[in-house]
Design a protein around this ligand. Structure first.
Ligand code: ZN
Length: 165
């Protein structure tokens, strides 16, 4: 597990025992609750991070469902953690749909915080031991609910970890 993920998991654990980073709590800690806004944004935009006079502000699209909002919170937290030193420009802000190498890194960290490798690996290996592959879809749905992520996000994460069901 990446050092930053381990650190975040220790400082902002979600669940007992912890199974993911409480990204909202972490975001509130770093950015400040008063600087996080839930507002209406264009459908393609999940959220963004903007520095105004050196103060980070996070804006999340409130029109999206809870999985997508959760992902946006994780994404903006990752954005902050990876880029906070570079971003102290009042003009900087970041839109989700700009596809760059940096953006890929941000999404990877977001996925790691929401679905830490050891947790996913263990859950899948326990499921496989049950020998009920016909319950695959139900199991995936269960994981999505538990982590509050979309199936798409879960499948991408599993692919990254080279996990097959
Ligand atoms: Zn971004």
């Amino acid at each position: 597990m990446k050092k930053v993920v381990k650190e975040m998991l220790e400082r902002f654990p979600n669940g007992e025992p912890p199974f993911q980073v409480d990204v909202k709590a972490a975001l509130e800690h770093f950015v400040g609750k008063e600087n996080i806004y839930y507002t209406e944004l264009p459908p393609a935009v999940g959220g963004f991070l903007i520095f105004i006079n050196d103060t980070p502000n996070v804006v999340i699209n409130k029109l999206h469902g809870k999985n997508r909002r959760h992902w946006s919170e994780a994404h903006e937290l990752a954005e902050y953690l990876l880029h906070r030193d570079k971003l102290h420009s009042s003009l900087y802000f970041h839109l989700r749909d700009i596809d760059t190498k940096e953006e890929h890194k941000v999404n990877k960290l977001a996925g790691e915080m929401l679905m830490p490798a050891p947790i996913i690996v263990r859950a899948v290996s326990e499921f496989k031991k049950l020998g009920i592959s016909e319950a695959r879809e139900a199991f995936l749905e269960h994981l999505c609910k538990r982590f509050v992520v979309s199936k798409e996000a879960l499948l991408i994460r599993m692919e990254e970890l080279h996990i097959t069901l």
